[in-house]
Design a protein around this ligand. Structure first.
Ligand code: FES
Ligand SMILES: [Fe+2]
Length: 435
């Protein structure tokens, strides 16, 4: 890796010292290598099954820089296709989502069925003398995909280990966003559309923040002072946190990181929705059911996390999934999905929708704070002088310890172990010889 002559990934990421080179955030060559070594080989979140319930439904998503189509064919099978025509590369689908019988390329009109087969070639007889082997020229499809509790993940590497192996112990924390509020497995649906916006910063700023930056609360000081909580007043987050113990979990071999809360024993339900009795009643009921179903496991309350490389979640406040799509060393396209239990009452969904919008996305008061930091950090890091000075990840270095019965390298303190774990995996991916 050239990286302005700085040597390989190991030299850029020095976790013994707790420093990471700024080149990771500004260098075009490193960015290009990430596409091959990380995004072409990792399990990436593509979308949610509730976005394509009927035959012919599709949702256009991204895997790294690649545009892909998440589609349900006429036999109700799910596919993830590369969104590019086999003839001359035109995007075969330029819409965000919809329902179709075929994907017809706008350039010369080749058309593909929702199972990817090339089914229509204009002037097939006159110009191709029926010689083109259509079976050979269908849409390119990912070799591996999986539906995990309603979320669809895909991987371009046919030899990559199965999704659940790659998720490892992080499963427990990811489940805190994907499982029902009453403790049932899965059962979520996407509420409304997907929010999409561009940030002039490197994708890793967002990923490492969600992996476990529990230190940046000062950024959200203004929003902590105003009432944007779930009920429309009170603090921005849910009340249960006040009686819980912080729990950071890192998976350095896998790159994932989660910050959660462990509820103290025998703490009664802490209401966050007093202003709206129907919603209050619903969540109180969910809490009772969850404790009944999960027993001691109900003490684990998810907060945030990042599944390596670029899928992040907010587990409870508000409940959502984000993907940080790389768009250049200095540019990221952020997408955010909002999740609710599919069978929640309409009034609950409506309250949560408003809460999501106050909190998250390009107009959300909390998300704006984060973006501003990443954007200015990028600007202040790309100069030839600034690049010489690495970022500091020394908080809690050498002090990791685990005291709870929960997976991962644990800490109950505010520390940067999760960020170090993320960069340990990043460096391992970047150092792997091309396979
Ligand atoms: S590029 Fe699609 S038909 Fe020619
Ligand atoms: Fe934040």
């Amino acid at each position: 890796m050239a990286g302005n002559g700085k040597g390989n990934a190991g030299a850029l990421v020095d976790l013994k010292r707790g420093v990471v080179s700024r080149e990771l955030f500004v260098n075009d060559e490193i960015y290009a290598q990430e596409q091959e070594r990380i995004f072409a080989r990792s399990w990436l979140f593509v979308g949610h099954e509730s976005q394509i319930p009927r035959p012919g439904d599709y949702f256009v998503s991204c895997m790294g820089e690649e545009s892909v189509i998440l589609a349900r064919d006429q036999q109700r099978r799910v596919h993830v296709f590369l969104n590019t025509c086999r003839h001359r590369g035109m995007k075969v689908c330029r819409y965000d989502e919809g329902n179709t019988a075929v994907f017809t390329c706008p350039y010369h009109g080749w058309s593909y069925a929702t199972d990817g087969r090339l089914v229509g070639v204009p002037l097939f007889k006159e110009c191709y003398q029926e010689q083109l082997d259509k079976a050979e020229w269908g849409l390119v499809e990912v070799p591996q995909w999986v539906n995990y509790k309603g979320t669809i993940w895909a991987n371009w590497d046919a030899t990559a280990p199965p999704f659940l192996d790659t998720l490892g112990g992080m499963k427990v924390y990811l489940d805190t966003v994907l499982d029902g509020r009453d403790g049932r497995e899965g059962g979520s649906e996407v509420l409304g559309g997907v929010q999409k916006w561009i940030m002039p910063s490197n994708w890793k700023f967002a990923a490492e923040n969600f992996a476990g930056d529990a230190y940046h609360n000062i950024s959200h000081r203004s929003v902590d002072l105003v009432g944007i909580g779930p009920s429309g007043s009170q603090r921005r987050d849910t009340a249960e946190r006040a009686t819980a113990q912080r729990l950071g979990a890192s998976f350095p071999e896998l790159g994932h990181g989660a910050t959660s809360f462990l509820q103290l024993e025998d703490v009664p339900y802490a209401s966050s929705y007093q202003d709206t009795p129907v919603v209050e009643e619903y969540f109180r009921h969910c809490d009772e059911e969850r404790r009944r179903r999960l027993g001691k496991g109900a003490r684990l309350l998810g907060l945030v996390g990042n599944v390596f490389p670029n899928m992040a979640y907010l587990a409870r406040q508000p409940r959502s999934i984000a993907v940080w799509h790389p768009r250049g060393a200095l540019k990221t396209e952020a997408w955010r999905w909002f999740l609710v239990d599919a069978d929640a009452p309409a009034e609950v969904k409506d309250i949560l929708r408003r809460y999501f919008l106050r909190y998250s996305g390009p107009a959300g008061m909390t998300e704006q704070d984060d973006m501003e930091n990443w954007n200015y950090a990028t600007l202040a890091s790309k100069g030839v002088i600034a690049r010489r000075y690495p970022y500091n990840y020394q908080m809690g270095l050498g002090q990791e310890y685990g005291t709870y019965d929960s997976p991962g390298v644990l800490t109950d303190r505010i520390a940067e172990q999760n960020q170090r774990g993320f960069y340990q995996r990043w460096a391992a991916c970047m150092e792997e010889a091309s396979r």
